[in-house]
Ligand binder design. Structure first.
Ligand SMILES: [Zn+2]
Length: 387
C-alpha cells in the first residue's frame, strides 16, 4: 500500500470512530455546586423523533450528543385541564412549576401572574437568556419572561420582553418590535421596541456577522421578521455559543433556555426529513452546551421536550437508517410522556418519572432560590385586558 493511501485509511478510520462513538459522559459526583443552568427544549421532540434522527444520521449503533448524557428521566406533560398540552401550557409548567390551561402564557387559569424560573434567577443576580429559532414572541420562549392570557398576543409579549431584563434574547419576530409605519410591522402602534431596547441598554443585532462580532452584556438579536428559516443563519448552535459567552461573564452564574423550535412544525406536517434535520440542528446546539459544561464543571445541562407531536412511530427500516417506515397517529400533539436527559452536578435529581412542574422547582432548589414556585402578584396590568 502506498504511504498516501495508508494515511488516508488511517484518517478515514479515525474520522469514522469519531462520528460513531461520541463519548458517553459520566455522572459528576465530586462537585455538587451548580452555578449555571442550561435548559434545552426540543419542541415536539418525542422519543421516536430522537430515535429516527439517531438512526438516520449515524445508523442504529450511533449516538446523538444528547444521548451521551448519563441521566435520563420521563416527563408527563398534561396541562391543567387537558391530557394533550400545547406549547404554552407545557412551557408555563416548565417555567413556573404550575399547570395552566392550554394557550395561557405563565398565568394561572384565573389570571394570577406566575413567577418564572428565569425571573427568579434574574432576581437572585444570575444572568439570564433565551435562544430560539421561532419568533421570540411564540409560546415556549414567552412563558419564561412574559405573562398573557392568550398566546397570540405577540405585540404585547414583545413589550413585556423589554421589562424582563433578560441579558440575552435571540430568535425571530422582528415584525412585533417595529413601529406600525415600518415595512412589514405587525404592530398597531408607533412604538419602536428596538429603539426602546437600545435605550434600556441592549445592543441590537440582526445578522450572523453582527452576532458573532458583538461584545456586550445585554443583547437583543432578531434575525428575521417572523420565524427563522429551516437552515437558520445564525444557527441555533452559534446563537447558543454567543449566549453562553455573554452569560458566563457573571461570576454568580446564569440560566439559559435554548429551544429547537421547529421540530414541532415539521412533525405537525408529517415531514420526517425536516423533523430529522431540525433535531440535528438542535443536537448541535446541545453539543455547544455540553462542551461548555464539561470544561466548566459547575453547569447543569437539562434536555427535554414540551410534548410529543404527531404520534410518530417507526415501523421498519434498515439498521443503517435506509427505508425507514414512519407512521403518524395524529396531526396534533399527543399525551405520550417525553424523555429528559441531564448531565452535570445534581443531574441525578432529574431521574425517574415526573411532571413538567418538577423541573423549575428542582432548578430553584439547586440554585438556592427561595420561595419558588409562587404567584408573583394577584393582578398585572395588561394591554389585552382592554380588549
Ligand atoms: Zn405543535
Amino acid at each position: 500500500m502506498k504511504r498516501k493511501t495508508y494515511l488516508l485509511f488511517i484518517f478515514l478510520f479515525l474520522f469514522t470512530v469519531d462520528v460513531f462513538t461520541q463519548e458517553k459522559l459520566s455522572l459528576i459526583t465530586e462537585n455538587k455546586k451548580v452555578k449555571n443552568i442550561l435548559l434545552f427544549i426540543g419542541d415536539g421532540m418525542g422519543l421516536s423523533q430522537i430515535a429516527a434522527t439517531h438512526i438516520k444520521t449515524s445508523g442504529a449503533e450511533g449516538i446523538l450528543h444528547m444521548e451521551c448524557m448519563p441521566i435520563t428521566g420521563l416527563l408527563y406533560n398534561y396541562s391543567a385541564t387537558s391530557l394533550i398540552t400545547d406549547s404554552a401550557a407545557a412551557a408555563t409548567a416548565l417555567a413556573t412549576g404550575y399547570r395552566t390551561d392550554n394557550g395561557i402564557i405563565s398565568m394561572s387559569p384565573d389570571g394570577k401572574v406566575l413567577y418564572t424560573i428565569l425571573e427568579a434567577a434574574r432576581d437572585n443576580n444570575f444572568s439570564t437568556g433565551i435562544v430560539v429559532t421561532c419568533s421570540i414572541t411564540n409560546a415556549t420562549p414567552a412563558c419564561f419572561a412574559c405573562h398573557v392570557m392568550k398566546r397570540n398576543k405577540d405585540t404585547e409579549i414583545a413589550e413585556q420582553y423589554l421589562k424582563s431584563k433578560a441579558n440575552v434574547l435571540l430568535g425571530g419576530g422582528r415584525q412585533y418590535f417595529l413601529p406600525k409605519s415600518s415595512p412589514g410591522s405587525k404592530r398597531d402602534d408607533e412604538r419602536d421596541l428596538i429603539s426602546e431596547a437600545k435605550k434600556a441598554g441592549y445592543s441590537f443585532v440582526k445578522t450572523k456577522e453582527e452576532l458573532i462580532n458583538i461584545k456586550t452584556n445585554y443583547l437583543l438579536g432578531l434575525f428575521e421578521m417572523d420565524l427563522l428559516p429551516i437552515n437558520p443563519e445564525p444557527t441555533l448552535a452559534q446563537m447558543t455559543q454567543k449566549a453562553i459567552d455573554i452569560l458566563s461573564q457573571n461570576e454568580k452564574g446564569f440560566f439559559l433556555m435554548v429551544e429547537g423550535s421547529q421540530i414541532d412544525i415539521w412533525a405537525h406536517a408529517h415531514n420526517i426529513d425536516n423533523v430529522i434535520q431540525q433535531t440535528v440542528l438542535f443536537d448541535e446546539a446541545v453539543k455547544v452546551g455540553l462542551d461548555f459544561a464539561i470544561k466548566n464543571k459547575q453547569t447543569l445541562v437539562i434536555i427535554l421536550a414540551d410534548h410529543e407531536t404527531g404520534g410518530m412511530g417507526i415501523l421498519g427500516g434498515n439498521l443503517n437508517g435506509e427505508n425507514m417506515q414512519i407512521e403518524w397517529l395524529s396531526s396534533s400533539h399527543t399525551a405520550i410522556p417525553v424523555v429528559l436527559f441531564a448531565f452535570g452536578p445534581m443531574a441525578e435529581k432529574f431521574t425517574g418519572v415526573n411532571h413538567h412542574t418538577y423541573i423549575p422547582k428542582t432548578i430553584a432548589e439547586i440554585l438556592g432560590i427561595k420561595n419558588f414556585p409562587r404567584p408573583l402578584r394577584e393582578k398585572i396590568w395588561m394591554r389585552s385586558e382592554k380588549e
